[in-house]
Design a protein around this ligand. Structure first.
Ligand code: MG
Length: 639
């Protein structure tokens, strides 16, 4: 199906918007009238610019407060419409969006609305144009697509049809199954927007908090699927009003928009009708309609995080190596061709990359010591890469030396990498083992990587959410708001179905929180937390301390509160306290014990965790204690 985006969804001048939309490979745009008003040129210039970029202006919007008006106002509205038709002819825009009337002068009379829309459609038809009528959720009298369809049916004009907007229906809790009663050829256009669930008035919610499908909580795929099942074959279009989008670079927003549409198409393709009436007459997406929708390779099974790669220089590398030894890693050895050292324990590894001619080095120059790549073990790396490329990700391959196995990766939104490897991949293949006697035999403390947390600028959050969801099929968990001593930190994790890969994302509006400080130090997004899973956290603490690791000291008051809150026995509280271990228990009795290291150069910290009884969270209740302790021990002074 053709893909479109409303110009109102992007920031910048009209020219910048169209360039971004074309670069993201959309077929066309809905032109927002204000974009034309602010454009320094004629409508014909706009048409020419769009044509040169291979874009079609599919719709002109919005035309407001038209229908069900008293007579003199109706005549004036027709004159106003004629002037817009002139513009549309110059733009070569075939369809005008008329949104339901919000004027206090509008009358609550469907037959009048139908008659006036008929006359408008008659005039449009005379000029080869069409009219699409859309319900605004806050319209004076017409608020639902069912009302719109009733009026369009009554008006009975070939040049008048329905425009559906997922937000206006789903925000009011409307049931999209009724869309199937509208003949497909009477649905003239399909606008799609998602939104996070918020308790606020629907107008402000729509004007400021819409987001791309897949970034919010509404079931947009179900909405669009009903329209396609009804026979709609027009463009799939994104219409997003969002304050962050209007401040972000249009090229990035357009790229996210395309990724969102492709992900939506995949969901529509595999859609199953679960509406209440499906039991008697299930809606079906025809084979022909399916052929028009993207069919990417399914996400392969993602097994584990196999390795992390840190970009380091010599001195940071030496210091971090000491930390890794302290955390129970065994030094495997040096890469046979490159300045990379490998450390390993359990089923995972950490590489410290100080090679000058490498991706890691350029990453280091930009971000300092940081995680520059994450290695995922998947069942089918080729399928994963093919899928990522279809979803607009750039593929990356480091130069390889003689007999070295190439390791393809995917560029994440911040420029870091995700490598994908299969079950047979041997991380130590190109590393020479340390000569006997030099390697330090150590007791391992961890068996796997539990989670890798990232600190993000607030306006990048939706981009990452969509990236992990669409490309890797990870599922977003519930959001948390955590109090840091210097502001609030919001957090939401994305995980795979077997819960072996977890990426909690955190962002902060305040510039002084631990998350924000880590962002400043990173110049952008970055991994700020790596948690290792252990089976015996108390033994782990003993082993780490024996090897000189300094753990984050937890204040005594925390343990007093814990004992009061959870009725734990005194010996256990004492044991937790003497090991600086934090504790959480979920409603089902699952338990979480965790301990933190200090922060490494104010950039990232490590955590060792022990989960039991199906505990599936991250100890959010303890995060304020951790952030306060980090603020106290920060090496960068607090301002
Ligand atoms: Mg709309």
């Amino acid at each position: 199906m053709r893909r479109s985006i409303a110009t109102v969804s992007l920031s910048g001048t009209l020219q910048e918007k169209l360039l971004a939309v074309a670069a993201a490979k959309f077929d066309g745009v809905e032109l927002f009238e204000n974009d034309l008003l602010f454009f320094d040129g004629t409508a014909r210039d706009v048409r020419q610019m769009a044509e040169q970029l291979g874009l079609k202006i599919m719709l002109f919007q919005p035309f407001r407060d038209f229908e069900a008006m008293p007579e003199p106002m109706f005549r004036r509205n027709l004159d106003r419409a004629e002037r817009k038709f002139d513009l549309m002819a110059e733009l070569d825009a075939p369809l005008m969006l008329v949104c339901s009337n919000v004027s206090p002068a509008a009358m609550d009379e469907d037959s009048l609305a139908a008659a006036q829309l008929h006359e408008l459609a008659e005039r449009a038809a005379a000029r080869g144009l069409r009219i699409g009528y859309e319900a605004l959720a806050w319209g004076a009298h017409v608020r639902t697509y069912q009302q719109v369809w009733n009026i369009v049916k009554q008006a009975d004009h070939s040049h008048l049809g329905v425009i559906l907007d997922s937000f206006h229906t789903l925000a009011l809790g409307g049931d999209p199954a009724g869309i199937r009663e509208i003949p497909g050829d009477k649905i003239f256009f399909l606008q799609m927007a998602d939104a996070p669930k918020l308790a606020m008035d629907v107008l402000s919610w729509s004007r400021h908090f819409r987001c791309f499908p897949g970034q919010g909580d509404l079931d947009v795929a179900n909405f669009a699927a009903h329209a396609i099942a009804a026979g709609y074959r027009g463009p799939l279009s994104l219409e997003i009003f969002n304050d962050d989008f209007r401040a972000a670079a249009p090229a990035l927003t357009a790229r996210d928009g395309m990724r969102s549409l492709l992900f939506l198409e995949e969901q529509i393709r595999h859609w199953q009708d679960t509406s209440p009436i499906a039991a008697t007459s299930p809606a079906i997406i025809s084979v022909r309609a399916k052929a028009d929708l993207l069919d990417p390779p399914p996400v392969p099974d993602i097994k584990t995080i196999a390795f992390l790669e840190f970009a380091v220089d010599q001195s940071a590398g030496n210091e971090l190596a000491q930390w890794l030894i302290g955390l129970g890693f065994e030094r495997v050895g040096k890469h046979r061709l490159k300045d990379v050292t490998l450390y390993r324990q359990g089923n995972f590894a950490v590489a410290l990359n100080a090679e000058l001619e490498s991706f890691a080095h350029s990453y280091f120059l930009l971000h300092g010591v940081s995680v520059c790549a994450v290695g995922l073990r998947v069942t089918d790396p080729d399928a994963m890469l093919a899928r990522a490329e279809l979803f607009g990700c750039k593929r990356f391959e480091e130069r390889v030396g003689p007999d070295e196995m190439p390791m393809p990766g995917i560029r994440s939104p911040d420029g870091s990498l995700i490598y994908v490897v299969d079950e047979r991949f041997n991380v130590a293949a190109d590393f020479s083992r340390e000569p006997e006697g030099l390697a330090d035999p150590v007791a391992q403390i961890a068996c796997s990587i539990d989670h890798v947390g990232q600190a993000l600028p607030g306006d990048h959050f939706d981009t990452w959410l969509l990236y992990y969801r669409a490309v890797f099929g990870l599922r977003p968990e519930e959001s948390w708001v955590l109090p840091d001593p210097y502001g609030l930190v919001k957090s939401r994790a994305l995980i795979n179905s077997s819960r072996t890969v977890r990426f909690p994302l955190s962002f902060s509006e305040s510039s002084r929180t631990v998350v924000a400080r880590s962002l400043t130090t990173f110049s952008g997004a970055g991994v700020n937390q790596v948690a290792f899973a252990t089976n015996d956290i108390f033994q782990a603490v003993v082993d780490m301390r024996k090897r000189g690791m300094t753990l984050l000291p937890i204040p005594e008051n925390y343990y007093h509160d814990l004992s009061a809150r959870l009725a734990l026995d005194d010996d256990f509280i004492q044991k937790l306290q003497s090991h600086d271990v934090l504790f959480d228990r979920d409603a089902q009795g699952g338990e979480f014990l965790h301990v933190y290291t200090q922060s490494f150069h104010d950039r990232f910290f490590f955590e060792v965790v022990q989960r039991s009884g199906g505990y599936n969270q991250y100890g959010a209740v303890n995060a304020p204690v951790r952030m306060a302790a980090q603020a106290r021990t920060a090496t960068v002074p607090q301002v």
